[in-house]
Design a protein. Structure first.
Length: 280
């Protein structure tokens, strides 16, 4: 199958291109710069020059493809929706959301959980509703908090500040759960989603939901800090991290059962704390 992909030079994108190529798909990937083009080509895709606002480029690439996977981070809901509509008129269109839109889950939940998004991701709801209503063959994947590889968010907001200050931070008591997923497992889910029924929505999670404090402790061991962690208040976190702090403070537990049942996808990384503690 020929697949067009946005966000291919990013953390999730490179892993997804590699998995698509591994199973035999041909991939074209959007690239805004020479550096991005080199990254997607190194991963195994053909670079298509342009950005998310180049709607004619997106539409033409989507028309050439049999399926589209949209991974790129838009600057606004309006930009994300415009890009989605430019690409979603033909074959399977896989759109990226995120589990943070569900807010606190109050235990282990699935895709039927009510939406209670913090402000930082509230814009996703109208976009996802429009995609499901207007795209020809829509599928939505909602990743949990990623780890593995570059470990982008955890590293940027917790590990690097922790190394600087001598202890990895967590917010409040740190007893809120994080719905983690390894980047390689998520890449496999995106590939599996190409075969999903139109209108399907899947949370992309590993099924193991440790607490934020447990993650901090694991990262502190990997960082050579002898397990040292420190609690910061939500107000401190907001001052240091911005509005994303409210998302990190969510208490979320999710099951990957629907994707396992409908797509035959199963997470392979089932011990995130050990993985993080070993610095892998």
């Amino acid at each position: 199958m020929k697949v067009f992909l946005t966000g291919g030079s990013g953390y999730i994108g490179r892993a997804t291109i590699a998995e698509l190529v591994r199973v035999g798909h041909r991939v074209e990937a959007l690239a805004r710069s020479d550096r991005a083009a080199a990254a997607v080509e190194a991963a195994g895709a053909t670079a298509i020059r342009g950005g998310l606002t180049d709607l004619d480029v997106l539409g033409a690439a989507a028309t050439r493809a049999e399926a589209v996977i949209h991974l790129a981070q838009a600057t606004s809901g309006e930009e994300d929706l415009a890009a989605a509509m430019a690409m979603a008129g033909g074959g399977t269109y896989v759109h990226t959301g995120g589990t943070w839109v569900y807010g606190d889950t109050g235990g282990v939940r699935d895709e039927t959980a009510p939406w209670r998004p913090p402000a930082v991701v509230a814009w996703r709801r109208p976009v996802e509703e429009a995609v499901l209503a207007r795209a020809a063959r829509p599928v939505i994947v909602q990743p949990g908090l990623l780890y593995g590889g570059e470990n982008r968010l955890i590293d940027a907001f917790f590990v690097q500040p922790g190394k600087k200050n001598g202890a990895i931070p967590y917010i409040g008591e740190g007893d809120n759960h994080w719905a983690l997923v390894h980047v390689d497992d998520l890449a496999r889910l995106y590939v599996a989603a190409l075969a999903a029924e139109p209108g399907s929505v899947y949370v992309g999670v590993g099924g193991v939901n440790p607490t934020a404090k447990q993650v901090a402790e694991a990262c502190a061991h990997a960082s050579g800090l002898d397990g040292k962690t420190v609690s910061i208040t939500l107000e401190q976190a907001r001052a240091e991290m911005g509005p994303i702090a409210d998302a990190f403070a969510l208490d979320q537990e999710f099951s990957p059962a629907k994707a396992q049942r409908e797509l035959g996808w199963a997470p392979r990384y089932r011990d995130p704390l050990r993985f993080l503690a070993e610095g892998r």
